[in-house]
Write a protein that binds this ligand. Structure first.
Ligand SMILES: NC(=O)c1ccc[n+]([C@@H]2O[C@H](COP(=O)([O-])OP(=O)(O)OC[C@H]3O[C@@H](n4cnc5c(N)ncnc54)[C@H](O)[C@@H]3O)[C@@H](O)[C@H]2O)c1
Length: 442
């Protein structure tokens, strides 16, 4: 195809996104894919959602949300705008854009598990047609789009940059956040060729206020990793500072708040019982793995991982110490963990440090219960098993525990009531700033 023909085709495709006649396909309707589907529908695009989870598809068809911070009204609105959801990949030719939002976890050796991305691509490629753009949003190591997706897409004769377009555009979803949302969070896009970048930019410009083009898919992949590594390393740093402060009798939260008054050159990060979620504990190790290919050892990432990963054990030692002062042991004590999602005001349990805490305390012989207004029943998790429901917090129930570990500081907790009635609180979040005889910091 001549370059003139290519640019004419690109112009026609770009126009479809500008006038919103392009049909959007979102593959993987989870924490990332579902809000994106809603965003496109809100702007008047026709959207088709694809997922292998038939239960999710059935719920969407019934107008029911399965993500706490997305109300069912939004799903009903989505459906009223012509949204359809399916498990059937033979519908792929009906869409112009295919946006992949599938999981990218680590395997048991803490190496990248690209199976979801690759299986999904293999399932989609046989149905791809000319003129489509394939955008990968799942966090991954630099090189994934070029090295893994491109050969698969081209395996059936479609040439990337001429027949179809390939981009990487990392998702920046932050569930529960109120000040920024999908539309107002700038979106980075890298294309395999300039034509890919032009189509990718058009794909997102209609729904996101600011699209940030970068020179390659690799640069876009690395951008996302830098963002998450930056957080992991800085959280590791404050967790270490917390341990030092504790030994020196200094309140780390007071120090962070004071440092944050500096109007430049300091960004506050807060310590806690460890790190959780699908991103921060996982994504940095995608780079660690890939960097080995280039003979580079990512020491900051490893060190932050080690410090953050040891925080639940640090909290357990604090629980043991505080109980010991009351002539009690962990073994046989009734312990209530407050907040089991990985961060406040959401229901996401993935990699939650609270669960590691619960397991360690149970292993030490504690009778474990939990209270979390966002997680009424302990969910089925691949590697964790608790047959528990959230305890109702009343003055009587609170008083019945030998120890309460504040792990996730949801706004819905009545902190005053808890403090007034608890025998002992281990505060891992700096929620209780004053000194109380029944509160120990961890
Ligand atoms: N959750 C976040 O806050 C967040 C933020 C930024 C980036 N990300 C990244 O976005 C990606 C997706 O994360 P998520 O949190 O939305 O995951 P999720 O588990 O909530 O959703 C993924 C969805 O993909 C579906 N799926 C799996 N295989 C499929 C296949 N072959 N075909 C169709 N659907 C399939 C699953 O059923 C699930 O519904 C990850 O790479 C993650 O790192 C997540």
């Amino acid at each position: 195809m001549s370059s003139q023909q290519t640019s004419q085709l690109v112009n026609e495709i770009v126009a479809k996104y500008k006038n919103k006649t392009a049909v959007i396909g979102i593959v993987g309707l989870g924490y990332v894919g579902l809000p994106l589907a809603i965003r496109y529908a809100e702007e008047g695009f026709k959207v088709t959602g694809f997922d292998i989870d038939a239960e999710k598809i059935a719920k969407l068809k019934d107008g029911v949300s399965y993500i706490e911070h997305i109300p069912s009204e939004k799903i009903k609105l989505l459906n009223s705008k012509g949204f359809t959801a399916t498990t059937d990949n033979s519908q792929i030719p009906t869409v112009d854009a295919i946006i992949l939002c599938v999981p990218t976890p680590l395997n048991k050796y803490r190496e990248p598990d690209l199976s979801y991305v690759l299986d999904t691509t293999d399932a989609i490629v046989p149905h791809m047609r000319k003129g489509q753009v394939l955008s990968l949003e799942s966090t991954t190591y630099p090189g994934t789009t070029d090295e893994e997706l491109k050969p698969r897409v081209e395996s059936r004769g479609l040439k990337v940059g001429e027949d179809v377009y390939l981009v990487f555009s990392p998702e920046r979803e932050d569930p529960g956040r109120k000040d920024f949302h999908t539309k107002t969070t700038p979106k980075v896009v890298g294309g395999h060729t300039p034509a890919c970048l032009a189509v990718g930019t058009a794909l997102y410009s209609g729904v996101i206020d600011r699209v940030v083009p970068v020179s390659s898919t690799k640069a876009a992949e690395m951008t996302k990793l830098l963002e998450n590594i930056h957080r992991a390393v800085n959280i590791g740093l404050v967790n270490e500072i917390k341990i030092v402060c504790d030994k020196m009798g200094i309140d780390v939260f007071e120090v962070i708040d004071a440092a944050a008054t500096k109007p430049f050159g300091f960004v506050p990060y807060y310590p806690g019982p460890g790190i959780g979620g699908h991103c921060i504990p996982i994504d940095p190790f995608y780079l660690t793995w890939k960097a080995r290919e280039y003979g580079v050892h990512t020491r900051f990432i490893e060190l932050a991982g080690e410090i953050n990963g040891n925080m639940p054990a640090y909290v357990v030692r604090k629980v043991a110490k505080a109980l010991n002062e009351k002539k009690k042991s962990i073994n046989g004590s009734k312990v209530l963990v407050l907040g089991i999602s990985y961060k406040k005001n959401i229901d996401d349990m993935r990699e939650s440090p609270s669960v590691f805490l619960m397991e360690r305390l149970r292993d030490e012989g504690a009778v474990i219960h939990y209270a979390d207004p966002h997680v009424p029943k302990f969910p089925k998790m691949r590697e964790h098993n608790f047959d528990l429901s959230s305890v109702e917090l009343t003055p009587q129930s609170v008083a019945a525990y030998d120890c309460i570990v504040l792990a996730t500081d949801h706004d819905k907790f009545d902190y005053e009531m808890i403090q007034k009635n608890a025998q002992l609180i281990i505060d891992t979040r700096g929620k209780y700033r004053k000194t109380y005889p029944n509160v120990a910091k961890a």
